[in-house]
Ligand binder design. Structure first.
Ligand code: ZN
Length: 285
């Protein structure tokens, strides 16, 4: 009986000691490893907005509006990519449920259909412009057709100045499959030749943004989602800080940790899905 009592006391002491150690350890951990603020951010990728067609890269205006209404109902708050940059660099705040809408290629129909819808719902978005397409529309005067025109420099300026659109660089003339796939290095091209070619291309668009629209951007959207470590290094040298890929998924970002900006994931908004199907598929709620 006495022996049993001793064993019981022994285990009781061990149990109490472990509890004390564990509580102290957790407090210690909390202090040393301050838990960083985290956010989950879906970034949606739209292209054309048209009434007459729908497809993988074409969404109707009513479907876009239904997406926005759904996001508002679910408590999402729209942010720009630059807000994510600030948060990741430890300089800014993000709402509890941020969401980013991106529009690639600079279709005039984004200006024509998406702009008024965003304005109506107090939403915002990022427009990733292909320089040569906008230059062609501007200089040829072949403008304002939702089916095939691209936004002019003047329209880009208006979108940016409205505060509803943030503008991103989607290359000047590298949004093509040949002679290179997007901004990828060509076969047989030296690192120096590649760096010169890519720098020249993105600078052309940066200059247009600066001179024609009075803006600058740190956001780069990879044409066709193609990238490499080498391309990122060159782009970073030219002032870009956030890179939009076509890798599918939802981003997990942490305050003060900028590494996620190298490969921000996006979800293509396929116009064949209803709002409900789309957000259920990617568990956005
Ligand atoms: Zn594109």
């Amino acid at each position: 009986m006495k022996k049993n009592n001793l064993v019981f006391k022994f285990f009781l002491i061990i149990l109490i000691s472990l509890t004390i150690i564990s509580v102290n350890y957790n407090c210690f951990c909390c202090k040393i490893f301050a838990v960083a603020e985290e956010r989950e951010i879906p970034i949606l990728m739209y292209h054309s907005i048209l009434k007459s067609k729908r497809g993988c890269y074409v969404v109707s205006p009513s479907l876009l509006e239904s997406d926005i209404k759904y996001l508002i109902e679910q408590g999402f708050k729209p942010v720009f990519v630059k807000d994510i940059i600030n948060f990741c660099e430890g300089n800014g705040e993000l709402p509890e449920k941020p969401v980013v809408l991106t529009f690639d290629d600079g279709h005039f129909n984004n200006y024509y259909y998406a702009f008024p819808i965003l304005k109506k719902h107090n939403f915002k978005a990022t427009l990733n412009v292909i320089g040569s397409f906008s230059e062609f529309s501007t200089s040829s005067g072949d403008i304002d057709n939702p089916n095939y025109s691209y936004v002019t420099w003047e329209e880009i300026k208006e979108l940016h100045d409205s505060g509803i659109f943030e503008i991103g660089n989607h290359s000047y003339k590298m949004h093509q499959y040949k002679p290179r796939f997007g901004i990828q290095k060509k076969n047989g091209e030296s690192s120096e030749e590649y760096a010169n070619a890519l720098t020249k291309d993105i600078k052309l668009l940066e200059d247009k943004f600066k001179n024609e629209c009075g803006l600058n951007t740190e956001v780069f959207a990879y044409p066709f989602g193609a990238y490499s470590k080498e391309s990122e290094k060159i782009l970073r040298k030219n002032g870009f800080k956030a890179f939009l890929t076509c890798n599918e998924g939802i981003n997990k970002v942490q305050k003060g940790n900028a590494s996620v900006l190298s490969h921000l994931k996006r979800i293509n908004r396929n116009g064949n899905f209803t709002t409900y199907e789309m957000f259920k598929k990617f568990n956005i709620k």
